[in-house]
Design a protein. Structure first.
Lengths: 280, 280
DNA sequence: CGAAAAATGGAATAAATATTCCAAAACGCG
DNA sequence: CGCGTTTTGGAATATTTATTCCATTTTTCG
């Protein structure tokens, strides 16, 4: 036949991934049936996707322990015209958005620290960063487990003091609206209401460094009595980790001395609403 | 004299910054006394530091609106041998957060309608949208005015109930930390503590539709007695508008029945911190 | 105003980097 | 085992990108 029939079998032209996500899908899709050297490329690229934007063909090839030409072929198999086109995707996808945080903080201290609008801008930014970090780091399995634990409880005891108190009150509000039996431990009058914990109940404890004595004590107490404890805290190394059956961490960005709470509240509402729905 | 005396005055060799921190310091240090074109380079680089790792000389030069040679000179003034050496610093420090935020968010949301992760994704998005809307719509004059009113108060009375209560408690916390005399009106025991309003005090009232009777009543009472009222609410047509001396509105995006509160809290902290600073 | 110094822009060159090509090796299959 | 096919490595080439150099312009200062 004529030239038109000489179709290249495994290099579909015009099928180059347009987003990082498409790229990953395509990579996963082809990795399995690839000859040895190209497989090495695929594995290395999958493990080092983030370095594509800032590396040369030679560097990546060396990392994957293949000659540069193998890496070129690999790019073409993915649908790109060559390495440069592939790199372009990652260079453009890298949308910074955040000129790093510590620098801005310094600028603010030096500059017009007094201006309320500047402060507002910083707190907005801290909130945004917190939410983005939460999106990236959220542990879906831990969340699902926490929902399961709380859904089975007769009454949910919510405890969080000082800076965590706003979160606790909001949780109490949402639980009430969703008809979930819940009790807010607010420490009013130094009454600890510890006797209120009944078999079948569960505790939702919220605390961040520096951790509140009272919150940890209540969680410990519940744990000792065999009640399940869900912790909403800042680190896996939090003192709640020992007593908790499910632990949810939220990466919260502080600005100055104050926590934005955005991420914590997002997590709290999601948890409460999920529990509310699960109980129906 | 001989060749050794021909020292280049403003290109200190071997003084290249070794970290991003050092780079920024050096940049800030020299920016002020730089001729026009080099100043343009400095300004553009300062604002786009994060793009250095993934750009070419030509791209950056175009961005700064200078010829490539000007940018080369700029690199050398900073102490680098050339652009490549400078870029190397940023390529090594380069650590993008993969998987990127929007991809990850999509994944969370696709976790099955009603699943906890999907809910979390929605609340994160609602929070982020709220913050962005606030960044765009914030009324600087109103904020500055509110700060001024509260700074002059002997005691700040914070009132906010139901869904606004978390914000009120957080404000009380921040005021306490900043040594601003403040009183939280929490409605415990249906005691309204109205008598606590003294001449020279001010009220900070927080409420959203559907507005709380008690909050509006307290604001009205204060207004009738000639005390200044600052309102943190959702619309300019809020019932607080009549009684308030300063009115701050926050555009909050709901998901389902629940408010994300991110924007409200950002505004609240900014207000509280600004007031705290102003009183010193 | 005029001379000296500094700064600038662009063209020329050097270096790095990507890409192609093809001969050699490995593989699959009758 | 031997023939056709696929895969591989590296050398050759093309392209992009960085860097230097110098004639021209602008600024500085006596």
């Amino acid at each position: 036949m004529d030239a038109a029939d000489q179709i290249l079998p495994d290099a579909p032209r015009g099928a180059a991934p347009l987003t990082v996500e498409e790229f990953r899908d395509r990579l996963a899709e082809i990795t399995d049936d690839l000859p040895r050297r190209l497989r090495q490329c695929a594995d290395f690229i999958a493990a080092n996707t983030d370095r594509i934007a800032v590396s040369t063909v030679a560097e990546l090839a060396a990392g994957a322990e293949v000659p540069p030409s193998a890496l070129m072929r690999f790019c073409q198999i993915l649908g790109f015209s060559g390495f440069s086109e592939m790199q372009k995707l990652f260079r453009e996808a890298y949308a910074p958005g955040f000129p790093d945080y510590s620098t801005r903080l310094k600028n603010l201290k030096n500059g017009g620290a007094g201006s309320p609008s500047a402060l507002l801008g910083e707190f907005i930014e801290a909130g945004r960063l917190s939410l983005e970090a939460l999106a990236k780091s959220a542990d879906e399995a831990a969340l699902a487990h926490a929902v399961q634990v709380l859904s089975g409880a007769a009454t949910v005891h919510v405890v969080g003091l000082r800076r965590a108190f706003p979160v606790a009150t909001y949780l109490a509000y949402v639980f009430e609206k969703m008809s979930v039996p819940a009790m807010l431990h607010d420490g009013v009058g130094k009454l600890d209401h510890r006797f209120a914990l009944r078999p079948g109940d569960a505790v939702l404890a919220i605390t961040f460094a520096p951790y509140s004595e009272e919150t940890i004590a209540l969680a410990q107490d519940a744990h000792d009595r065999g009640l399940p404890v869900v912790a909403l805290t800042d680190r896996l190394t939090s003192p709640l980790a020992r007593t908790a059956d499910a632990i949810l961490t939220v990466p919260e960005v502080d600005f100055g001395a104050f926590r934005s709470l955005s991420a914590t509240i997002a997590m709290a509402i999601a948890l409460a609403v999920a529990v509310g729905s699960a109980r129906d």
